[in-house]
Design a protein around this ligand. Structure first.
Ligand code: IMP
Length: 371
């Protein structure tokens, strides 16, 4: 009511070379009465039932620009059919705009009464119905501007919607097969298990006999992308990679991206000794530290997504070895715990670890893509 659906709809239909259909008029035609009389004679329940029948016929009918009253989109069946057969656009207006546009119009059966009553009804209507309208595919704010302007904004929103959906669909198709840029057997098994429920066939750099990509970046994101983008480009298959490390406050964030190289001879027993010795030398006596991880997904066309994970904790006074873990795990105690990562089960560590958290975000992205 007052959103501009008829004036915008008519011009939009002309631009799109489609017929314009006014939902309210179709109800009046079907009933042989005005909306006010339909409501008076049959009551709201019958009015809504008639509206549903008309909307069903229109939504399943020939292509058109259909201006529908908001109430019809609140009805569950109509909303379902609209999502199935139509592209839905909500012309969203604030209460003042609606009030100005509807003042004194007696044709609207739900907006009869004095000024205060009308304002109160509009307020109620916004509270009750806007949550349903927000399910529309496209939302365009309407304000006091020329109708042509609103139509222009609606058209560009439609264009943007189709562009984004096309991209989403092509990525969804592309991502049936995924490469994982890693030679680390533990990580490979973990990722394959995580992605199996999505029907995604994961192959690792090892399965494909791909060379290691050198990590020359200065940040986790740069290194992660270096690996995933190089392999996605070379193979034409979307690729994920991760880069991670331990950042210690007392060492100004070191070893950070250099965590693997920091360990002499890549021996992490030596690496942990070196870390404890450097911390003992540091003027900063904080034991705070965190692990960071950036998982990147690169498409062969150059587009990419980043998913970050972090876990905070502290560095133990001495190594706390357990049955699990690798790298710096025996020195890292996550916040809220008094055992090290090396003393935790795989499941417990994965549920809170930097890599686990980044992967949870990646999985949420896949779920949305496959939606
Ligand atoms: P990358 O992400 O495979 O390059 O790993 C960098 C280095 O960070 C590893 O070699 C480990 O030393 C360290 N690191 C990364 N994640 C963990 C972890 O979960 N526990 C212990 N060390 C880790």
């Amino acid at each position: 009511m007052g959103s501009g659906k008829t004036s915008v709809g008519k011009r939009l239909a002309r631009k799109l070379s489609l017929p314009f259909v006014d939902g309210d008029q179709e109800i009046e035609k079907a009933a042989g009465l005005s909306l006010v009389d339909v409501l008076k004679c049959f009551g709201e329940k019958e009015y809504r039932a008639g509206e549903e029948r008309v909307m069903k016929r229109l939504l399943q009918g020939a292509p058109c620009v259909l201006a529908s009253g908001g109430g019809s989109f609140v009805a569950e069946q109509t909303r379902k059919l609209a999502k199935q057969y139509a592209l839905t656009i909500w012309l969203k207006a604030d209460i003042n705009t609606l009030y100005q546009r509807t003042a004194g119009r007696t044709r609207r059966p739900f907006l009869l009464g004095d000024n205060d009553t009308v304002k109160e009804k509009l307020r109620e209507y916004i509270t009750e119905e806007y949550p349903f309208y927000s399910e529309a595919d496209i939302v365009v704010e309407t304000r006091n501007e020329r109708v042509e302007n609103t139509v222009r904004r609606v058209l560009s929103a439609i264009n943007a919607y189709y562009k984004q959906n096309r991209r989403k669909n092509s990525e969804k198709t592309m991502i049936k097969e995924l490469l994982f840029a890693s030679h680390n057997a533990g990580k490979i098994t973990e990722i394959k298990e995580m992605l199996a429920p999505f029907g995604i066939n994961v192959k690792s750099a090892q399965d494909m006999d791909l060379p290691d990509v050198e990590e020359t970046g200065k940040t986790f994101a740069e290194n992660s992308l270096l690996k995933s983008q190089t392999i996605a480009k070379a193979t034409g298959i979307p690729c994920i990679a991760d880069d991670s490390g331990l950042c210690v406050d007392a060492l100004n964030g070191a070893p950070g991206v250099y965590s693997a190289r920091y360990a002499p001879d890549r021996d992490f027993e030596k690496g942990m000794d070196k870390l404890l010795a450097e911390m003992a030398q540091s003027a900063n006596k904080s034991r705070a530290a965190h692990f960071s991880c950036v998982v990147s997904l690169a498409y062969p066309n150059g587009r990419y997504e980043l998913f970050e994970g972090r876990v905070d904790g502290h560095i133990a006074e001495q190594k706390m070895h357990g049955n699990e873990g690798f790298g710096y795990d025996p020195l890292f105690v996550p916040e809220g715990y008094d055992c090290s990562f090396a003393q935790m089960s795989h499941e417990a560590k994965n549920s809170m670890s930097h890599r686990g958290r980044a992967m949870q975000k990646f999985v949420a992205y896949l779920q949305k893509l496959q939606g």
